[in-house]
Design a protein around this ligand. Structure first.
Ligand code: ZN
Length: 73
C-alpha cells in the first residue's frame, strides 16, 4: 500500500497515512488538533506538480504536469 502525506489545513501539521489507491483523505483527522479534511501533499515521486516546492528542482519546468522525455537538469 502506498503512503500518502497529508497536511492539516488548520494547524499545518504534516502526517503520513497508509491508504489504498483511490482512497481520499476526507475521513482522516489531524493527529495533532483532530481537524478533519487534511489536504493531500502530492509526492513528486508519483506525480511531479507545482504544489511540491521542495522537490521542484527535479521536475521539468516545461512539462511539470505530465511525463517528460527529457531528463531533469
Ligand atoms: Zn491539525
Amino acid at each position: 500500500m502506498p503512503i500518502y502525506e497529508y497536511q492539516c489545513t488548520k494547524c499545518g501539521e504534516k502526517f503520513a497515512v497508509r491508504q489504498s489507491v483511490g482512497e481520499d483523505g476526507s475521513k482522516l483527522n489531524c493527529p495533532k488538533c483532530n481537524a478533519r479534511n487534511p489536504s493531500r501533499l502530492i509526492s513528486s515521486f508519483f506525480s511531479p506538480g507545482p504544489s511540491v516546492g521542495e522537490m521542484s528542482e527535479t521536475s521539468c519546468p516545461t512539462c511539470s504536469s505530465g511525463v517528460c522525455d527529457l531528463p531533469p537538469m
